[in-house]
Design a protein around this ligand. Structure first.
Ligand code: PMP
Length: 398
């Protein structure tokens, strides 16, 4: 009988996508929907990235080198030097977004059936990448009460088995905005060295850190050069989600040689995207300063408003542009749907991402939502008015 594979049957649809039809219906009814659910920055890409594409003068768009355009890789090495990460250009391979870097990274580290420790809640697509690599995710739960901080390493060690091959971390993190300190990272480093594990470090939000302390990259853990694999992307850094460019980097030669074979099999990362990425390297400091200040102002407004709503709690996120907040509701999935289907306030409503989809453990995060502050302050303020009113009216309020 004609039929699709078991893997494709298991591939989950995006937990956020399932709410999209309800949002579309609400819009058809003339309701304005504030999208607090998305992870796409609304801030303009820097002109340094856009101009090279605008001025493109090619007679033929050919395949770039599988590892990436050499001048771009050399430029990336310089970018890393500037953020205090020591990488040579031949330790960096350009990928199709951070997404491909994660997929290749997991496949290079793990055999099917191997285990990877992740801290939940985590970016939902990690689940699909693990599934595609045949990897078993072992979730270690972090909690809202602790601001989603890393648990003590003695706790983490309990999850290590003979099949554990890697730990995957993301700091600053999606969906919580949590930023791990240098001390946290160094402790994790001790664990991966002691147990001979890879450490996959997703640092796509590196530029969005709001603490006094600068971001500390896993690449700088002393003595862990062979363990650490860096996952990166231009999507968030330069608001360039659509150019589909990221990279994977490591000091481990065997790892990078293997990455290269995967890179050859998919030929190359997009040529035009790399041209934009290379241009973006010239983005002035002032661009980042302005963007960061904008996100800090939005975050302060949003967290302040959230915590003033009775029964709502959000920790103060120190990075990225998300928070995971607890709401006084029976079920955040139902609430998110109700917001779109049955509620409006002054002709407006909000769309949020139910947090359960960011946990691997069933039953976790049922009263939590991820909220992104990728809207202008005025819109955030209106969205918070809606949320406050909605929580007064919602029949499943607790
Ligand atoms: N890692 C994290 C933590 C993300 O949030 C995202 C995108 N939302 C990605 C990786 C992948 O993004 P891209 O493929 O656009 O680089």
């Amino acid at each position: 009988m004609l039929g699709i594979s078991e893997l494709s049957r298991k591939m989950p649809a995006s937990p956020i996508r399932k709410l999209v039809p309800y949002a579309e219906e609400a819009k058809k009814r003339g309701i304005k929907v504030y999208h607090l659910n998305i992870g796409q920055p609304d801030i303009d890409s820097p002109k340094e990235a856009l101009e090279p594409i605008r001025n493109i003068d090619l007679k033929l768009v050919s395949y770039p080198h599988s590892a990436g355009i050499e001048s771009y890789r050399r430029g990336l090495a310089k970018y890393y030097q500037d953020v205090n990460i020591n990488l040579k250009y031949d330790q960096i391979i350009v990928t199709i977004g951070g997404s491909e870097a994660l997929q290749i990274g997991l496949k290079v580290c793990c055999n099917p059936g191997d285990e990877v420790i992740v801290f939940e809640p985590f970016y939902t697509n990690y689940n699909t990448f693990a599934l595609m690599a045949g990897v078993k995710f072992v979730p270690v739960t972090t909690t809202i009460e602790n601001g989603f901080a890393l648990p003590p390493m003695s706790e983490v060690e309990k999850y290590i088995t003979p099949r554990t091959k890697a730990i995957l971390i993301n700091s600053p993190g999606n969906p919580t905005g949590t930023l791990y300190s240098k001390d946290d990272i160094l402790l994790l480093g001790e664990i991966v060295k002691k147990h001979n594990l890879f450490l996959l470090s997703d640092e796509v939000y590196r530029e969005f850190c709001y603490s006094e302390e600068p971001h500390f990259s896993c690449m700088n853990i002393p003595g862990a050069e062979q363990n650490v694999i860096l996952i990166d992307s231009v999507s968030k850094r330069y608001s360039l989600c659509g150019v589909r460019i990221g990279c994977i980097a490591s000091h481990n030669k065997e790892v990078m040689n293997a990455v290269m074979r995967f890179a050859q099999a998919r030929l190359c990362a997009p040529a035009l995207g790399q041209i934009a990425g290379e241009g973006a390297l010239a983005t002035p400091k002032e661009y980042f300063e302005a963007v960061k200040q904008e996100y800090i102002d939005r975050r302060n407004l949003m967290i302040d408003r959230l915590n003033k709503i009775p029964g709502v709690y959000s920790p103060m996120p120190m990075g990225a542009f998300y928070t995971t907040a607890r709401l006084p509701v029976d079920n955040a999935d139902k609430f998110a749907q109700w917001l779109l289907e049955s509620f409006s306030y002054k002709g407006q409503t909000v769309m949020v991402a139910p947090a359960a989809g960011f946990y691997a453990t069933p039953g976790k995060g049922l009263d939590e939502v991820r909220i992104a502050y990728v809207l202008r302050k005025e819109d955030i303020s209106n969205a918070m008015d809606c949320l406050e009113e909605a929580l007064k009216q919602y029949p499943g309020r607790r």
